[in-house]
Write a protein that binds this ligand. Structure first.
Ligand SMILES: Cc1ncc(COP(=O)(O)O)c(C=O)c1O
Length: 373
């Protein structure tokens, strides 16, 4: 198949479908939980890749979305799930008690909570690494290591891990170790982990992929067919699938992903310039691209006044949408992380995380100026 640019793939997602009998340009929403079989012999010779039987296994709207996600991340198979956490859970269905997983140390708080749960109740063992020091990483690899979990840029301190270097290093030790990347912050517009040597990509599609603060979703895309087969079995067996309506909404939103990401970046870069020169801010963390900025207030007693003065930016959890949001990670997303670890990572009470939306950056800067000074 001719390979198109990402903008073309997304604009055309669902159009020219082989399955559609009416020539629809936009993908229809197939709100049907089940599908009629013709005759008994159809059931005996059922082709699960091409036919439909029951929407947990496959649904035409979700399938169009999953094919788009697969093309976007350049994998072999994609899965659309009911949340980012459901996507992470699906990936962990590949592992068993006694398996060891190395993860970067600055992760979304819910991912930490899930890792703790897996280690306490299911016997998986997790060790952490700072995402940059290769010697420290090598020391942590044992004969029981099955996976390396990377979030880059990290949430909320924006540390970057070199996926290509790390994947080559780990696969050089044992090619069976799965390198898994949570690509929620950068999206495939800025980073394609499978191309860089990773084995599995995960997204909270609630964030940039959907981009409108209006749905919860998750995505998993894998590179090899053996992993795809295991994930297909586990996905259908456990069933945290994305419903047809949200699949359609997500597919619709993906069509504007490149435009949105570029504007998020432009707005964020303007805001970084302002924050870096603000006397009320002691430090700004920005990975260079995308719409996520973290910054430290010099005087944490001014936090309440800062929030009170916001008129456009909402004080709310989540990120990646059109509407700008600000969170206080220590009290919200990372509240479950032990306080010593938070302090060590720099997730202190004066650290704010801003998800820069698509409002005018002039208005956002005027608002921040007023709230900070
Ligand atoms: C980087 C990252 N991964 C995963 C998740 C979990 O996704 P969800 O909230 O869609 O379950 C989040 C949520 O904030 C996140 O920020």
């Amino acid at each position: 198949m001719k390979k198109y640019e990402i903008e073309t793939l997304l604009a055309q997602a669902g159009n020219h479908s082989q399955e559609d009998p009416y020539g629809t340009v936009a993908t229809p929403i197939y709100l049907s939980s089940t599908f009629r079989h013709g005759k008994l012999s159809d059931v005996d010779h059922f082709d699960y890749e091409k036919q439909y039987a029951y929407s947990r296994m496959a649904n035409p709207t979700r399938k169009t979305l999953e094919q788009t996600l697969t093309l976007l991340e350049e994998g072999t198979k994609g899965f659309a799930l009911s949340s980012g956490m459901a996507a992470i859970e699906l990936v962990f269905s590949l592992f068993k008690s006694g398996d060891e997983i190395i993860s970067t140390d600055d992760l979304y708080g819910g991912t930490f909570r899930y890792f703790d749960h897996l280690s306490e109740h299911y016997g998986l063992k997790f060790t952490q690494w700072d995402g940059t020091n290769n010697d420290e990483l090598i020391k942590r690899v044992t004969s029981k290591t099955v996976a390396l979990w990377i979030e880059t840029p990290s949430n909320p301190t924006m540390k970057k891990t070199d996926i290509a270097e790390i994947a080559a290093l780990v696969h050089g030790i044992n090619s069976n170790i799965k390198v898994i990347v949570d690509n929620t912050f950068y999206t495939p517009i800025y980073q394609k982990p499978l191309d860089l040597g990773a084995d599995i990509v995960v997204h909270s599609a609630t964030k940039y992929l959907s981009g409108h603060n209006d749905l919860l979703g998750g995505a998993v895309i894998c590179k090899d067919t053996k992993t795809a087969d295991s994930l297909t079995f586990n996905f259908n067996t456990t069933g945290a699938v994305l419903d047809p309506f949200d699949s359609w909404l997500l597919l619709r939103s993906l069509k504007t992903l490149p435009l949105r990401m570029h504007q998020h970046t432009e707005n964020a870069q303007n805001i970084v310039k302002f924050l870096s020169n603000s006397s009320a801010v002691s430090k700004v963390l920005y990975p260079g691209k995308g719409g996520m900025i973290s910054f430290y207030l010099k005087d944490k007693t001014k936090l309440a006044a800062f929030f009170d003065r916001l008129k456009i930016i909402s004080f709310a959890e989540s990120l990646g949408g059109i509407e700008s949001l600000v969170t206080l990670p220590a009290k919200q997303t990372h509240h479950d992380m032990p306080v010593e670890q938070r302090e060590k990572l720099g997730i202190t009470d004066n650290l704010l995380r801003l998800s820069v939306g698509l409002e005018s950056s002039k208005d956002l800067i005027a608002e921040l100026k007023n709230a900070l000074e």
